[in-house]
Design a protein around this ligand. Structure first.
Ligand code: ADP
Length: 438
């Protein structure tokens, strides 16, 4: 090319009428198509190598580039750039959520690179005038796809941002709901012991004005119980806030799980008896192993799960503690024959104030059947286990108060053989020394 024919033909692109000279137009288009075909193999090689690393990725990208080039030819020959719509749409809708999150994927940038490479290849392989003719013919198509890609990208980003805003709004609504729910439950929880204390105090006042002789002991005991309950609720709230703010500090000491479980059995024996439930603590592998953990916190986590097992299991039910060792961890399982937990609620119950249930059911005694508490127990248990570097999850077929499918809580506790603080390590000696002592 590069002769008068193409020069004249170029006028077509500048808006002059070709109707009178269809032959000229045809010749021009054919020559551009020829030029495009001439550079195609080099273009394919250069673009695919410039934009991909790794053979397998390159192969699939080359397929895409072949498709792009076919459509580009069609667009130039027919003078209709909308041939490119499908591929631009595919490319613009390709980004994954991660691409969008990290703002990595950008079709416009990809197209700009393709345009730059096309210009380079045309200049290298074609005569100056042929290169110019071809690029002039490509220009309207490239302008069209750049504009299209930019529009699609903006649309995708707007959709992504409004999606994120929606998610955020839902989260805030949930938080708001759970907060007002929490205030209702906390107020209810705090009211019961306060009423108890008030009642006993007024009885003491009456006693003070009546003739001496009656013992104050039962009244003082009642007040004591009320105060203890208040303290427990406030302590739970403080623990949750420590966990939330990553301020829960652990005091690593040598621990034997069997020992903690034995202590728990004695603490809970009264409740178990009252509810006619059986607690079986199996001697599982790892239960006698010495690990370094915070015994008080671990005890608290296990107690929260065991009291829940008692609470959500009908009278006469069974609770089994078992476990096993896994590389680097000891897994403890606590299985009950209780009402179970619906699959959709399983992740929610570990959230603070999550799945609180009906306020009217709350504060009906610590281990009474279904007597929900302030909804902090599992959030605290999870916080403690995670602070140790472990995990906690629940398995249950579902919620059914009739069939009682039960639930199994799994606690994966790191089997640390050394305390994290070297001064404590010196104080307690090595693991082998300690194991041999037992
Ligand atoms: P709560 O103070 O309400 O017991 P938790 O954080 O201890 O709060 O537990 C959250 C919720 O998880 C409970 O309200 C209950 O619905 C559910 N849940 C916990 N443990 C069990 C279990 N063993 N069986 C059935 N449901 C349970």
């Amino acid at each position: 090319m590069g002769d008068g024919t193409s020069r004249q033909a170029l006028k077509f692109c500048k808006g002059e009428r070709f109707v009178k000279t269809p032959y000229l137009f045809y010749t021009y288009i054919m020559s551009i198509q020829q030029l495009l075909r001439q550079i195609r193999p080099a273009w394919l090689h250069r673009v695919s190598h410039a934009m991909t690393r790794g053979e397998s990725v390159r192969e699939s990208f080359q397929e895409q580039l072949n498709r792009f080039y076919d459509l580009l030819e069609h667009a130039v020959v027919t003078g209709d750039p909308s041939w490119m719509d499908t591929i631009i749409l595919d490319w613009a809708s390709a980004p994954t959520q991660t691409d969008l999150d990290e703002k990595q994927y950008n079709v416009s940038a990809l197209l700009k690179k393709i345009i730059t490479l096309t210009t380079e290849i045309a200049r290298e392989m074609l005569s100056e005038s042929d290169a110019l003719d071809m690029l002039v013919a490509l220009m309207p198509v490239y302008a069209y796809i750049l504009e299209k890609a930019a529009r699609l990208e903006v649309e995708a980003r707007v959709a992504y941002i409004s999606n994120q805003l929606n998610e955020m709004r839902e989260k805030l609504e949930r938080l708001d709901r759970s907060k007002s729910n929490f205030i209702a439950v906390a107020a209810h929880e705090l009211k019961t012991p306060l009423t108890l204390i008030e009642g006993y105090t007024s009885m003491m006042r009456d006693l003070a004005t009546s003739p001496p002789g009656e013992s104050l002991d039962p009244l003082l005991q009642g007040i004591d119980t009320g105060i203890r309950r208040l303290r427990e609720i406030v302590d739970d709230m403080i623990d949750v806030s420590l966990i939330d703010n990553n301020l829960l500090s652990l005091n690593f000491q040598p621990v034997w799980l069997s020992h903690l479980l034995g202590l728990l059995r004695s603490e809970l024996s009264e409740s178990l008896e009252a509810r006619q439930q059986t607690l079986e603590i199996r001697p599982f592998p790892g239960s006698e192993q010495l690990i370094f953990a915070d015994p008080e916190r671990l005890y608290q986590a296990l107690r929260n799960i065991l009291t829940n097992a008692i609470k959500y299991t009908p009278d006469g039910g069974r609770i089994t503690v078992d476990g096993r060792t896994l590389p680097g961890f000891i897994e403890v399982t606590i299985t009950d024959t209780g009402i179970g937990i619906a699959p959709e609620d399983q992740p929610l119950i570990f959230e603070k104030f999550g799945n609180l249930g009906e306020v009217s059911l709350h504060s009906s005694g610590k281990t009474k059947f279904k007597g929900g508490g302030p909804g902090l127990g599992l959030a605290i248990a999870r916080g403690i286990i995670e602070a140790h570097g472990g995990t906690i999850w629940v398995e249950s077929e579902g919620y059914d108060e009739e069939k009682c499918p039960g639930s199994t809580f799994h606690l994966l506790i790191p089997a640390r053989s050394e305390p994290s603080d070297s001064r404590i390590a010196k104080l307690f000696g090595s693991e082998t020394e300690l194991s041999s002592e037992t």
